[in-house]
Design a binder for this molecule. Sequence first.
Ligand code: HMG
Ligand code: MG
Length: 290
Amino acid sequence: MTLPRRVRIVEVGPRDGLQNVPVTVPTDVKVGLIERLLAAGLTAIEVGSFVSPAWVPQMADTAAVLARLPPNPAGRYAVLVPNLKGFEAARAAGAGEVAIFASASEAFSRANINGSIAESLERFAPVAAASRAAGIPLRGYVSCVLGCPYEGEVAPEAVARVARRLVDLGCHEVSLGDTIGAGTPDRARACLAAVAGVVPPERLALHFHDTRGQALANIRACLDLGVSVIDAAVAGLGGCPYARGATGNVATEAVVEALAALGIATGVDPARLAEAGRFITGALARAGAG
Ligand code: HMG
Ligand code: MG
């Protein structure tokens, strides 16, 4: 297969990037960041999550963020929801898309959402039904696709099984998370190939954290397998509070530049994206988290 001509970037910085920072980021700053991302041409933006505020306090103002955002006619503001309670809050707040998040590893599933993989999929079934009834698009995540902070190696077959279940639940797209950046190009490719055997690659996204500086190489190794959606976070922000040692997502700036060098369009303006990066890194530094 050849390289895609165009890649859709899903900007996860306001959610994945800010859910783990050691300071409280004011709602104003989150809104300012998202406005700048929009101005840079990013339209698929994950703006927060409706999870337990006791588990992830940084996302507790997601409804307030959504209430203040400008319209996004060319795209969608997405949020994570772990259960029906989260979905109802997301719907009430006007989220344009909701994402459920499962894991390919049992131990991470328990650490992150306090339930086994099977229990999490049971919790997601009513979310999927409610999102279908409300006409709100549903995205899915599989975490730990290239390694688990608790269990080590994860078999591609385990990833494929969970990805398929998420599609069967009604996810229009499933994002494959290298939560701790443990992947290598060969293993990333093997994992994607295994998943693409049960889910069409056009419905898959790559969500690679850059803990070991391998995320871009891993993305490059997958790009000729039919995938054309990449999750990234401005300024490489990010990490999961329940995956110790996990650092940021691959930086959106780096993805845009690497894709441009391959002749692949993203519709993102690098100068305006850099301005969004300066805005958030400056705000975090001033708050003592830079
Ligand atoms: P639990 O403690 O088992 O939940 O947590 P529970 O159902 O027993 O409820 C306990 C309390 O939480 C109750 O409140 C509920 O109302 C409340 P209380 O009665 O004690 O006052 N609660 C909620 N509040 C607000 N919104 C909700 C909600 N649900 C329950 N939706 C639960 C289970 C799933 C809620 C918890 O484990 C949780 O919120 N986990 C989220 C963890 C998280 O957000 N992790 C980071 C995102 S995942 C990620 O980063 C990976 C990803 O980027 C991909 C990758 O990189 O691999 C997506
Ligand atoms: Mg992530």
